[in-house]
Design a protein around this ligand. Sequence first.
Ligand code: SF4
Ligand code: SF4
Ligand code: SF4
Length: 288
Amino acid sequence: MNGSRSPAPDSFAPATPPYLPQGVDQDADALAARIDAILPQTQCTKCGFDGCRPYAEAIAAGQAPIDRCPPGGSAGIAKLAALLGRAPVPLDPSCGSEGPLRVAHIDPSLCIGCTRCISACPVDAIIGAARRMHTVAEAMCSGCDLCVPACPVDCIVMIPPRAREARWTDEDAQAARQRFERRRSRLEAERSENERRLERYAPRTAPRTASGTASGIASQPGVPQAFMPDPRAQPPAADATHPPERCSQPTGGSAGAPPGAGDPDARRRALIDAAVRRARERLAAVGR
Ligand code: SF4
Ligand code: SF4
Ligand code: SF4
């Protein structure tokens, strides 16, 4: 299950060549569901699509070939070929290579608890909290390796599983699909709730920039709630001796004020940068 992620190329135009053979059920939604049921549900994105279901929909719409799923491998391609009534083809090597299951492992001595891996994991296989050591639930890890590049201190590696077979089964795929769907619903509910709360308090909080507004920050997936600005916070009262238009002090730093003070977004960045710096110093100290 190794390999890089290649974007879905433009050559996936529906017209050339026609991927759907004559006689196949042309109801795209029903067909997409049947194709999705064959795909391994690791949600690794190695096919170039944003998960298994989008890839299934592209195949069903005749916009993608069946050879782009490394976790499914040749067995998966054979099943897709049988469903669609065509000859099996080799795996597209630009999507990655077929191989045994590997699972993520976090080096606990280096983890800084930034939670970025939790945000990246599509199947909720990582356990941890902000500024606490994180760990991977091996039985739930799909081996998608999306958490590896997300870690700012490179403390995640992919290794052979120690407490399970190095094989991704149909039961694993079903369980991963359920966790993926649950996670998606939860994130959607959290995003809606954040938007509702921020709208309720909007008149009391001044917007900054498009991406720097409290609303913009809240809508970014995986932003830890601990770093969110408190929507109940009142804007500071105007100081008669220091009217705002005369104040030239930049946000995020001055004598006596910590970096990012007064700007929750800058403060969050400063906290993560400081943690990354400390982790790098630890890595340098142990010669890694
Ligand atoms: S498991 Fe296959 S279909 Fe699903 S996202 Fe990965 S490559 Fe795409
Ligand atoms: S722990 Fe890492 S490799 Fe395992 S499923 Fe989550 S993101 Fe993928
Ligand atoms: S991304 Fe890396 S440092 Fe951050 S919580 Fe995960 S394992 Fe720890």
